[in-house]
Design a protein around this ligand. Structure first.
Ligand code: ADP
Length: 544
């Protein structure tokens, strides 16, 4: 038979008898309708970003059968989500909610516990419930992507409102926000910009947070706090609830915008540059998440395979990188800064003049004239994203290797030369040790920055996957020893990273576990996500 029609044996979650499990699935299928439950018994196919699988991590760093769903269900409403949760409690079956599952580099659609039943919320719950052109807010379901929200606002002719999109615009607004993803307009901190959640708890009750708790309110999306403890936080990067609706604030069209790009010659310029960036960013002269990228990633962003430039083993040597960059705007320089100024021309010019005089304090700094750049130059992708226009060009660098997949190391630090240098050195040393190309990109939030290091590997090459994972694990430990922690991570690294947040003999994890056990006594919801294991799983060797 052709590969796509052959069957795999369905995966059964550990601790449940196969027949009982299949029986329980049949029961759920009956409840939801046959078309809304799929058993994962076909060969796993990876697809690509826009046609990604919901059964597993298409960019897996483990064996592809390790983090897979047993089945996928498609609820059509909050009530059906509650039904699924009730079913999971009755049979003690692990469930794992995803919005769209395009969380590439962090686990994609995969569940943390093999054989979990994935709840693909986005397929049927994909409505934009409200766009309010006066309050500049919206209310969305899990299946609304940044593209869909952008297009709906355009279609209504609401020229006065912008959305904020992450690097890749195909993901879910809810999925990205609850995982605390970021974008590149001044509204880039998605979690800070959300307002109000509807959540199905692991026992099946529904709550609305903030003003949503007050019947008849008209402020759910305009005042995020409501009254009493602010509970939203526990539903981000956790496994405490399933978000079925979320409010989001929208940015006013600033009345003009202008991308700019500077390059800086030497690796050592990093430290003085950070000292220049910090006050500019904190005082909002640099108005959006500022990106400082190493030339290595700029080359890969053109989408050509590594073998175009180099066929040797180990990281591409710096001389080869610079030769490859000679035809790009980065040229013989090492760092590229991508930023945007917002507002009408006379307002932009004041800010841009300040930036220019500060950046030029780095000897040899070069300002790139955008009018010299061809339309498919990476600069224009950054330009779109910083203007809230969804894009997917960023993904081009996965072409660096055959069967390219990626996973990130993302430590947080203050915006300081000493911190940037320490993280840069640590990453570079480990990449050299494991023979991996090093792609550091600093993303400056406001008072902090994330160093994002994407490792691209061939997902069909077990040896390179092992090297990538070992490199990541070492970087996480090295960073923790210096006092740095990651802001977000892949399923595979969650236990390790949660373990680095160990102050007070692991006080925060004990607190998280207490909440988990109170909200989810049967331990059915996304066990292990973000390192939080329910009582039923603890001390049984689930961590990795
Ligand atoms: P995206 O499609 O935006 O990349 P995902 O749907 O992959 O986002 O979501 C990323 C992760 O966040 C998921 O793996 C899941 O653990 C969590 N998540 C996503 N949506 C929800 C939700 N509606 N409720 C609870 N957790 C969610």
């Amino acid at each position: 038979k052709p590969r796509a029609e052959r069957q795999r044996l369905p995966v059964v979650p550990q601790g449940i008898e196969r027949d009982a499990f299949l029986q329980a699935l049949a029961e759920l299928k009956e409840e939801l309708g046959a078309e809304n439950l799929e058993i994962n018994d076909k060969p796993l196919t990876d697809g690509w970003y826009m046609e990604h699988p919901n059964t597993h991590d298409m960019m897996t760093i483990l064996h592809e059968e390790e983090l897979v769903a047993s089945a996928v269900v498609y609820p059509g409403s909050t009530e059906e989500v509650q039904q699924i949760v009730a079913w999971a409690n009755k049979h003690k079956i692990p469930i794992f909610p995803i919005s769209m599952g395009r969380n590439l580099g962090y686990g994609g659609a995969a569940p943390r516990v093999r054989g979990s039943v994935t709840i693909d919320l986005g397929k049927r719950m994909n409505k934009i419930l409200d766009i309010n052109p006066e309050d500049f807010t919206c209310l969305v379901e899990p299946g609304v992507s940044f593209y869909a929200l952008y297009e709906a606002i355009q279609a209504k002719g609401y020229d006065h409102m912008w959305i904020d999109s992450p690097d890749l615009g195909g993901g879910s607004v809810i999925g990205n926000t609850v995982d605390r993803g970021v974008g590149y307009t001044p509204y880039g901190d998605h979690w800070a910009c959300h307002a109000g959640l509807e959540v199905v708890l692991p026992t099946g009750e529904v709550i609305r947070t903030g003003m949503g708790a007050l019947p008849g309110n008209n402020t759910w999306q305009t005042f995020p706090y409501g009254f009493g403890p602010y509970s939203d936080g526990i539903f981000s990067q956790s496994n405490f609830g399933i978000v079925t609706k979320m409010g989001m604030t929208l940015m006013p069209n600033p009345g003009g915008y202008e991308s700019f790009m500077y390059t800086f010659p030497n690796e050592e310029d990093l430290a003085p540059l950070m000292e220049i960036i910090r006050p500019l960013r904190i005082s909002n002269i640099l108005e959006n998440v500022a990106q400082l990228r190493h030339v290595s990633q700029s080359i890969a962003a053109r989408g050509l395979p590594r073998t175009t430039f180099y066929t040797g083993a180990g990281p591409v040597p710096s001389s080869v990188l610079h030769a490859a960059a000679s035809s790009s705007p980065v040229g013989d320089h090492t760092w590229a800064y991508y930023g945007m100024a917002y507002g009408p021309a006379h307002i932009r010019s004041h800010k841009l003049a300040l930036v220019n005089s500060e950046f030029r304090k780095i000897p040899g700094a070069r300002k790139i004239d955008p009018s010299t750049l061809p339309p498919d130059e990476y600069f224009w992708s950054r330009d779109r994203v910083a203007a809230g226009i969804p894009d997917i060009q960023e993904l081009r660098w996965v072409n660096w290797t055959p069967n390219g997949a990626h996973v990130a190391f993302s430590p947080v630090s203050p915006i300081r030369g000493t911190d940037a240098t320490a993280l840069f050195k640590l990453g570079k040393a480990r990449h050299e040790q494991y023979g991996i190309d090093f792609w550091p990109a600093f993303c400056v939030g406001l008072r902090e920055m994330h160093l994002i290091v994407e490792i691209v590997f061939d997902r069909h090459d077990p040896e390179r996957k092992e090297a990538a994972l070992a490199c990541l694990r070492d970087m996480v430990d090295d960073a923790a020893r210096l006092g740095y922690g990651e802001y977000r991570t892949h399923l595979v690294l969650m236990d390790q990273i949660a373990g680095t947040y160990s102050w007070g003999d692991g006080a925060i994890m004990r607190f998280n576990e207490r909440i988990k056990d109170a909200l989810d006594p049967n331990g059915i919801l996304a066990p292990g996500r973000c390192g939080i294991w329910p009582r039923r799983y603890r001390g049984r060797g689930w961590e990795m």
